[in-house]
Design a protein around this ligand. Structure first.
Ligand code: ATP
Length: 233
């Protein structure tokens, strides 16, 4: 579904991604782990088209999208849940969700809303409330729900568990697993490497802008170098 070939990206003179290659197959949940500053967010943003690339290519379902606009990528089905949630706090929960459907035919919105409310019943109960009144975990659900309104074929999740209490972290990971079981293809970045590797089919370890290791999630969880560097064991 997604093939990234020798992708490079820079901030001025700082190279944030150096010839990164990876792939995500349809139906897979792939995790991207690595220390702070390894380039994980930069990679997701490059896939969304909001971060310029200086070399390499991104292919999605057979088309080269490297130079396509962010909007056109959303239309093709590449949808990112940004780091830090970034919901529109003065707007109602439902208006936030409806905004997620901006690239879709208007007739679809009610069915999409019903699906999102089915997945997150708590949001249904708060549909008229301002998003700013939701807890951190609920705002994260809203951010994921908003992305689902765009009917993603590939969902890019940037740090969905960041800043959440442990109970909510478990809930968010359970949601991600449920999405994957419902056949959404997911590329997941999370600081919580153990949890991310546990639910991932495959994973890539990024180290200062390069892919250092790749393998099945369970294999990497058992890998001594990964355990020492990322799992604190
Ligand atoms: P984190 O978990 O801290 O977000 P990350 O793995 O997502 O880490 P990136 O945020 O992609 O890493 O950063 C990769 C590199 O690019 C780092 O060296 C970082 O300092 C640099 N960088 C990121 N954003 C900018 C920016 N806006 N301007 C300059 N350098 C940046």
């Amino acid at each position: 579904m997604l093939e990234v070939e020798a992708l490079s990206s820079r901030y001025g003179r700082i190279t944030a991604l150096h010839e990164v290659s990876l792939r995500v197959d349809g139906g897979e949940l792939v995790a991207l782990v690595g220390a702070n500053g390894a380039g994980k967010s930069t990679l997701l943003r490059a896939l969304s088209g909001v971060q310029p690339v200086s070399g390499g290519s991104i292919r999605f379902e057979g088309s080269d999208v490297t130079r396509r606009s962010p909007r056109s990528r959303v239309q093709m089905g590449i949808v990112q849940v940004p780091e830090g949630r970034q919901v529109f706090t003065p707007l109602s929960v439902e208006d936030n969700l409806r905004l997620g459907a901006f690239v879709r035919p208007p007739g679809e919105a009610e069915e999409s809303l019903a699906r999102v409310y089915g997945l997150f019943p708590i949001l249904a109960g708060k549909r008229r409330e301002a998003a700013g009144t939701l807890s951190g975990g609920q705002q994260q659900m809203l951010a994921i729900g908003r992305a689902l309104m765009a009917r993603p074929r590939l969902l890019l999740l940037d740090e969905p568990s960041m800043g959440l209490a442990p109970r909510l972290v478990a809930e968010i990971f359970a949601t991600i697993r449920a999405l994957r079981e419902a056949a959404t293809t997911i590329l997941l970045v999370d600081q919580n490497a153990r949890a991310a590797l546990s639910i991932a089919d495959r994973a890539y370890v990024l180290e200062v802008g390069r892919v250092a290791l790749a393998g099945r999630g369970s294999e990497l969880l058992d890998d001594d170098a990964v355990r020492q560097a990322y799992l604190g064991l």
